[in-house]
Write a protein that binds this ligand. Sequence first.
Ligand code: KIV
Length: 263
Amino acid sequence: MKTVTLSTLQAYKQAGETFSCLTAYDASFAHAASQAGIDVLLVGDSLGMVLQGHNSTLPVTMEDIIYHTRCAARGKGHSLLMVDLPFMSNISTERLLVDAGALMRAGAELVKLEGEAWMAEGIRELTRRGVPVCAHLGLTPQTVHQLGGYKVQGRDAANAERIINDAKVLADAGASVILLECVPASLGKAVTDALDVPVIGIGAGPDTDGQILVMHDVLGVTHGRTPRFVKNFMAEADSIQTAFQHYHESVKNRTFPAPEHCF
Ligand code: KIV
């Protein structure tokens, strides 16, 4: 399989083809996902919830992320490896640069950060130094307490407009990819249409350039309430490999997400 780079994602966008993304936190699952054809792997700070059992991503440390990045990097195969900057890495631009540098040294090929238009300066400084950035908008789990829970964002016109504007500002600042979480499908489409850079969606409807899910959700092993945008691909598969393949194919042929997964 051909190595996936940012140019590959850009080419997919230009060709109107979707791409698949999945979280992975260790070498074995990264290898299985890559073998299944997944384009982008994310060492997400969701590891705080699905691996460590916390009820949010806030307790995840740089040490945790670096450990899992090193593990996933050894199994990533042809897939592009994206890695999350943890809560409070954005305390200053200097901290952001130091933390992003550490993630790149551990094996990240693209760093993901949460934040709105005010993150533009940090993104400009990172990209100036050769660190590609994915900006995460919409439902940003690191601000869950401020948001008052894991809720759909951008439902009203003013908030939808703000998210579109934030995405434009961050793309102009140098973000190579935008990730949109938990927004109405109409907003997912509006942001995707408004930008030249690829947009990855999770609970953002069928029209974003790429789709991402948390691996544990794809395998149906998440405990507690699962969000509407999740599909358990293990339900009709006889192996983890097959479940990953079905997820990848469903994204590529746009049968996932279906209307029941959208807001
Ligand atoms: O941490 C994570 O897994 C994420 C995805 C939900 C996109 O940010």
